[in-house]
Each structure stands twice: as C-alpha cells, then as structure tokens.
Write a protein that binds this ligand. Structure first.
Ligand SMILES: NC(=O)c1ccc[n+]([C@@H]2O[C@H](COP(=O)([O-])OP(=O)(O)OC[C@H]3O[C@@H](n4cnc5c(N)ncnc54)[C@H](OP(=O)(O)O)[C@@H]3O)[C@@H](O)[C@H]2O)c1
Length: 150
C-alpha cells in the first residue's frame, strides 16, 4: 500500500478552522492531541467508546468540538460515526489514528486473545478509519492522516 509520495516534502499546515477527527480522545495521547488542536482553533471531533469521558473533555475545550461514539474494532460503528461527523462538518481535514491497546505480557504466556485484539484495534481499526475518511479527502483534494501505530 503506497501511503504518499516519499519525495514530496511535508509543508507546514495552518490549523485554524480545519476539522480534525481524533481517535483515543478519551485519554492519554489522543486527549492531549485533541486539546492541542483545539487550542490551535481546529474543530475537533473527539472519538472513542466512552462518550461520558468525551463529553467531559468537550466541556473543557469548548464549542468547536463534537463527541462521537466510535469502536474502531467494529466497521459498522466506524461508518456510523463518520456519517454523523459529516452531518455536522462539511470537510474532514485531519484524521489522527491513536486508538489502541497495548497489553503488556511475556510472549511465552501465549495470550492469543490479546494478540488478536491488538491487531483488531490498532491495525484494523486504523485501516477502518482511513477507509471511512478517504472519500471526503479525495473529494476535497486535501487531507492529512496521522497514524500513531507502525
Ligand atoms: N503511551 C505509550 O507509551 C505508548 C507507546 C507506544 C504506542 N502507544 C500507542 O499510542 C496510542 C495512544 O496511547 P495512550 O497511552 O494515549 O493510550 P491509553 O491512554 O491507554 O488510551 C487508549 C485509548 O484507546 C481507546 N480505545 C481502545 N480501544 C478502542 C476501540 N476499540 N475503539 C475506540 N477507541 C479505543 C480508548 O478509548 P475508549 O476506552 O474510550 O474507547 C483510549 O482513549 C495507543 O494506540 C498506544 O498503543 C502508546
């Protein structure tokens, strides 16, 4: 899969007025990114499974935000969430894929369920969100996707 032209130099982007969707916005790194983007005057869509937590964060960052329930391990949930986002915002300029789990245990313990869940959330969840956001970004001929997982 070719993500972008490796020879193209990244340009500094004005964030003011852009719309950013941040998964993992209910805690940790995603929450910090969401707050920073809001401080840069982005419209911020806070996405995760915990809508109560998202609504609390929304109170902190103000009116240029939206809280949306999204389970990245479920295609239907991701599709529904992005449909809701498009009802409120005309464009989606930035997607930050940060939702993830990181079960810490020794390989020798053979926690197969945890290994498979990690792929389901971190890898397939990232792909589900990219899949959902690409039509809008292609139509507007612009967009930035930041993936926290390698
Ligand atoms: N912190 C580190 O040292 C570190 C190091 C390397 C990589 N990372 C990666 O960076 C990302 C952010 O790390 P963090 O420390 O901020 O994580 P964190 O505090 O453990 O939070 C995990 C986040 O992922 C969300 N999440 C988990 N499963 C989800 C699902 N099925 N659908 C939607 N959201 C889901 C959780 O939200 P809900 O529970 O509300 O859904 C929560 O907001 C993670 O993907 C992690 O794997 C972190």
């Amino acid at each position: 899969m070719i993500l972008s032209d490796p020879n193209k130099k990244p340009r500094a982007m004005k964030l003011n007025g852009k719309t950013a969707v941040v998964t993992d916005a209910s805690s940790g790194i995603g929450k910090a990114i969401a707050k920073k983007l809001s401080a840069e005057n982005c419209n911020v869509v806070l996405a995760s499974r915990s809508t109560d937590k998202l609504k609390e964060i929304q109170k902190e960052i103000g009116s240029n935000s939206m809280a949306v329930k999204m389970d990245v391990s479920e295609t239907e949930s991701v599709t529904k969430a992005f449909n809701n986002i498009r009802e409120k915002y005309d464009s989606i300029d930035i997607l930050v894929n940060s939702a993830g789990i990181m079960p810490l245990t020794y390989l020798k313990n053979r926690h197969l369920d945890e290994w498979l869940s990690t792929i389901e959330v971190n890898l397939k969840g990232t792909l589900r969100c990219i899949y959902a956001v690409l039509p809008a970004m292609k139509e507007q001929k612009s967009g930035n996707i930041v993936n926290m997982h390698q």
